[in-house]
Design a protein around this ligand. Structure first.
Ligand code: SAM
Length: 285
């Protein structure tokens, strides 16, 4: 019943403002109330929380975020949606809308300015054409992060939560799992959106780790090792690393793998975060 109500509010707003969704901005509006409620419940918001919403669209989820959280910052790229947001969010005193490209924003600076030292909870139905760059930005920019609860393509959700050895395990998995503990929440069918995306979706929650799962001498080197290891999936680990400009000869790399009990013939996608750390720390010694 309620499902039809957010569907009809979405359609009403689109009609009223003659708004046509833009594929180039990944605009698939969520119109299933049960799924919206799951995202909100899963974010575990209280009035002490500061929330960043990426891509508020017409502001339907934003309204609930404003009711549950202390403060909300909503970053929307599409100028045409800003005037609609001003109307749909009218009366909410705890929200600020920024008309910008999330990928171009100095997020650390903005969040510090708006939220001080309160850690941020990110809640969003992400635009799928830039899901991975957004997640990487959130992980790399040293923001004071508490959790990320987001809708992503199912395939990206599976990569985020993957375990070593599977086809979904890759550089994105390692980057996410180094900073966060991920959880799959639920799979969402295309019918839950207007317009319907071509793929299934998934809600995932990532909780920021209090401390990294591995001790690293040099984080940048760690991610170079990860990138090289996954760079050429058909190659053995030794060959992938020696093609990856690690600053060591093939013989030296062979020694490092041997010393750390890692079979040189393994493929990068079978290594755990701990094994990548052993290689990176040994390269650094
Ligand atoms: N939050 C709405 C919902 O759940 O129905 C809309 C979600 S829609 C999948 C993605 C939203 O992100 C759209 O409003 C789109 O305009 C916005 N968006 C796309 N690219 C963006 C970017 N680079 N920076 C900020 N917002 C962006």
């Amino acid at each position: 019943m309620k499902g039809t109500s957010i569907k009809s509010s979405t359609l009403d707003l689109m009609r009223k403002y003659d708004f046509k969704t833009a594929k180039k901005f990944g605009q698939n509006f969520l119109t299933d109330e049960t799924i919206l409620k799951t995202i909100i419940d899963c974010s575990e918001l209280s009035k002490n929380d500061c929330v960043l919403e990426i891509g508020p669209g017409m502001g339907i989820m934003t309204q609930i975020l404003c009711e549950k959280a202390g403060r909300v910052l909503a970053v929307e790229i599409d100028r045409k949606l800003i005037s609609i947001l001003r109307v749909s969010l009218f009366g909410y005193e705890n929200v600020e809308i920024i008309n910008d490209d999330i990928l171009k924003l100095d997020l650390k600076k903005v969040l510090e300015e708006k939220f001080g030292d309160t850690p941020v909870k990110i809640v969003a139905n992400l635009p799928y054409y830039i899901t991975t760059p957004i997640i990487m930005k959130l992980l790399e920019e040293d923001i004071n992060l508490k959790s990320i609860t987001v809708m992503v393509q199912k395939e990206v959700g599976e990569r985020i939560c993957a375990s070593p050895g599977g086809k979904d395990y890759g550089a994105l998995t390692v980057a996410v799992q180094y900073r966060c503990i991920p959880r799959q929440i639920l799979i969402v069918p295309p019918e839950s959106f207007i317009p319907q995306p071509e793929v299934e979706s998934m809600v995932v929650r990532l909780d920021s780790r209090d401390k990294p799962p591995v001790i690293l001498k040099d984080e940048k080197l760690y991610f170079r090792v990860v990138k090289a290891s996954f760079g050429q999936r058909r190659k053995t680990l030794l060959n992938a690393l020696s093609a990856g400009n690690m600053g060591k000869t093939k013989e030296e790399l062979k020694e490092i793998l041997l010393r750390n009990g890692i079979d040189e013939k393994r493929r990068g996608e079978t290594l755990s975060l701990e094994e990548f750390a052993k290689i990176a720390n040994d390269l650094n010694s």
